[in-house]
Write a protein that binds this ligand. Structure first.
Ligand code: K1U
Ligand code: ZN
Length: 156
C-alpha cells in the first residue's frame, strides 16, 4: 500500500506535475502515483470535457470523509488495464479531505464523474483495481483477455 506524504514540498509538487503530464499524454482523466511505480498517496485528475479549459486537481493524502448511500453506475477504464472496461457502481457523491499543492488542507464534495474518478484513484492508492468491483465472471473475462495480450506480446 502507498505511504502518506509528510508534507507537500517541492518533490511532491514535481511528482504531482509529472503525474498530470503523464495523464494528459495517455490520455486519461486521472492518475495515481502507484500507477507510475511511486508508492505515495498522491493522485491527479482532470475531468474537463474536450474543448473546455483544463481543470487539473492535485491531491495528496486524500481521505473519504463521507460517501452517499446512492450509487452511480459508470463504465470505467483504467490506464493500468489497457482497453478493458467495466460498469462499476460507486457512491454517487462523496466528501474528500486532502492536501493541495500548497500543503493546505482542502475539502471537496464530489459528484458524478468526479466522485467516480476520485474513488477509482483512491482505490489505486490502496492497491485496488476497478475489476475488484466486478462480478467474478466479468473480472475473470478481463483478466484472461489481458493474459492473452501479454502472451501474444511475448511472442511478437
Ligand atoms: O486511473 C486510471 O487508470 C485512469 C482512468 C481514470 C478513470 C476513468 C474512468 C472512470 C474512472 C476513472 C482513465 O482515465 S481511463 C481513460 C479515460 O477514461 C479517458 C481517456 C480519454 C478521454 C476520456 C476518458
Ligand atoms: Zn485506474
Amino acid at each position: 500500500m502507498s505511504q502518506p506524504v509528510e508534507k507537500v514540498d517541492d518533490a511532491i509538487r514535481r511528482l504531482m506535475d509529472d503525474l498530470l503530464e503523464t495523464m494528459y499524454a495517455a490520455p486519461g482523466i486521472g492518475l495515481a502515483a502507484p500507477q507510475v511505480g511511486v508508492q505515495k498517496r498522491v493522485l491527479v485528475l482532470d475531468i474537463a470535457k474536450d474543448g473546455s479549459p483544463p481543470a487539473p486537481l492535485q491531491l495528496a493524502n486524500p481521505e473519504i470523509l463521507w460517501a452517499a448511500d446512492e450509487t452511480l453506475l459508470y463504465e470505467e477504464g483504467c490506464l493500468s488495464l489497457p482497453d478493458q472496461y467495466g460498469e462499476v457502481a460507486r457512491p454517487a457523491r462523496a466528501k474528500i479531505r486532502y492536501l493541495d499543492p500548497e500543503n493546505e488542507i482542502r475539502e471537496i464534495e464530489a459528484e458524478g464523474l468526479l466522485a467516480t474518478c476520485i474513488q477509482h484513484e483512491i482505490d489505486h492508492l490502496n492497491g485496488v483495481l476497478f475489476v475488484a468491483h466486478l462480478s467474478t465472471l466479468k473480472r475473470n473475462i478481463i483478466l484472461r483477455k489481458l493474459a492473452k495480450v501479454k502472451r501474444l506480446q511475448a511472442i511478437a
